[in-house]
Ligand binder design. Structure first.
Ligand code: AMP
Length: 430
């Protein structure tokens, strides 16, 4: 199928093709015609599925017609959980809308000075991309007008709720015209997100992209057990020296750990940089620019800061600290395997993190392949085999006998020895 068949304006089809995309992804094939028909949508899809174009293209199509209501406020409003994602969506709007005459976009995100945003809001705006907190500031000061708003989009709605934006979102939605179109994109449509979605949409069409967690990119997922932090650091450095590594994102649990680890890596000669929420926005932007241009090879980041990073050169994701939320695991490893490439994700787990690993395995419905690096094996007893389902007649406690030895698989060329007899999980995540 080609983009031509979706009913989009020719200028948009040309722009998409100019960006190098010739056939729509599944979420685009399903969401674009429904959105063009004016339907509200609830879409479950992950980053990496092509979701940004799935909501931007039908919205930009509206801009080929004049606004029905006079005013200077945005016709399209995209809400995103983080500044980085907002800037990325804005970049998408500029790419896909490059042939639209006089299209103006504005990013209303925290961490940037108000002055420029206020000046920008005095001229007509077509597409506003905002994080909820900053948008509320502008709304409360009467600096933004929603009278000509046609479409409201929630990008990564589940994440916005996780980050505690529910009250802000409710306030924003109350200020939007009731005859607007609403498009909600989220990794999950269950639970709180589902409740919110029902309240904020009208007879929505529900689109679930196959497998939701299991889709798209091929990401090879590996688990390495570590005795302590020093052991983790050694494992990390070993992985970072892998010849096949182009660029990597290393995740830490705290901002401080991100700073310290990136400094340690720089001292050892790696082109590493930290990215976390306490950094000034301009520094965060510069850091991401360097990553995009390949001047930074290793980004040491926290979950929120790394959300939405889309850099094709990221070949490895390394969870230096295991994520506390299983959903974060999926978002983290989705930083690799972008743009149709494959990727590798390592999780380094200490003894206290085994519970987190089990949660991840339950959430992704697949077990992580345990590996060891010759010379860097854990000294503590190796992990016990996991159960995949309930044991017949069994209570909850048994986890199997401890395994002995470091596993039988022969070392591979990359120096890793599968410790589960060579069985590796090559799952498709995100
Ligand atoms: P997203 O899910 O919006 O984060 O997009 C993931 C990646 O897929 C981005 O690098 C997009 O530029 C890319 N992309 C978007 N649409 C297509 C398409 N139709 N074919 C191939 N790649 C695409």
């Amino acid at each position: 199928m080609s983009f031509n068949e979706l009913g989009l304006d020719h200028s948009l089809v040309r722009a998409v093709e100019h960006a190098g995309y010739h056939s729509p992804t599944e979420v685009q094939r399903r969401a674009i015609p429904a959105a063009l028909a004016g339907r509200d949508l609830l879409v479950s899809s992950h980053t990496g599925s092509g979701k940004t174009a799935a909501f931007l293209l039908p919205c930009l199509h509206r801009l080929t017609q004049p606004a029905k209501v006079a005013g200077i406020g945005p016709r399209i409003l995209v809400l995103t959980p983080t500044r980085e994602l907002a800037l990325q969506v804005q970049q998408g709007a500029l790419t896909y809308g490059r042939q639209l005459r006089r299209m103006r976009t504005i990013a209303l995100v925290g961490g940037t000075p108000y002055g420029q945003q206020l000046r920008d809001l005095r001229s007509p705006v077509d597409v506003a991309i905002a994080t909820p907190g900053r948008l509320i500031d502008h709304l409360e000061r009467g600096r933004i007008d929603f009278s000509r708003l046609e479409v409201l989009i929630f990008d990564e709605a589940d994440r916005m709720l996780d980050m505690g934006f529910i009250d802000d979102i409710e306030t924003i939605v109350r200020r939007c015209p009731s005859d607007r179109q609403t498009l909600l994109f989220s990794a999950t449509l269950e639970g709180v997100v589902g409740d919110m979605a029902r309240r904020m949409t009208r007879e929505p069409e529900r689109i679930e992209v196959a497998g939701s967690v299991q889709n798209r990119a091929q990401i090879d997922q590996k688990l390495l057990f570590a005795d302590d932090m020093g052991h983790k650091a050694k494992l990390l450095k070993h992985i970072l020296k892998d010849e096949g590594l182009q660029q990597a994102v290393v995740f830490t649990a705290t901002k401080r750990a991100a700073e310290e680890l990136s400094e340690e890596l720089r001292n050892e000669g790696f082109a590493a940089a930290a990215l976390h929420g306490d950094m000034h926005q301009s520094l965060r932007n510069r850091t991401l620019e360097k990553l995009r241009h390949g001047r930074t090879t290793i980004l040491v980041a926290t979950d929120v800061a790394a959300r939405g990073i889309d850099v094709a050169g990221i070949s490895h994701v390394i969870n230096f600290d295991a994520p506390r939320q299983a959903e974060d695991y999926v978002h983290r490893i989705g930083r690799t395997g972008r743009a149709g490439r494959s990727g590798i994700a390592f999780t380094l787990a200490g003894h206290t993190e085994r519970g987190l690993i089990r949660n991840i395995e339950r959430y992704t419905n697949s077990s992580l392949a345990v590996e060891t690096i010759p010379g860097l094996e854990p000294t503590a007893p190796p992990p016990r085999p996991r159960r995949s389902g309930p044991r017949p007649g069994g209570g909850g406690g048994y986890r199997g006998a401890p395994r002995r030895g470091g596993g039988g698989g022969a070392p591979r060329r990359d120096g890793f020895r599968p410790s589960n007899g060579g069985q590796r999980s090559r799952s498709s995540v995100e």
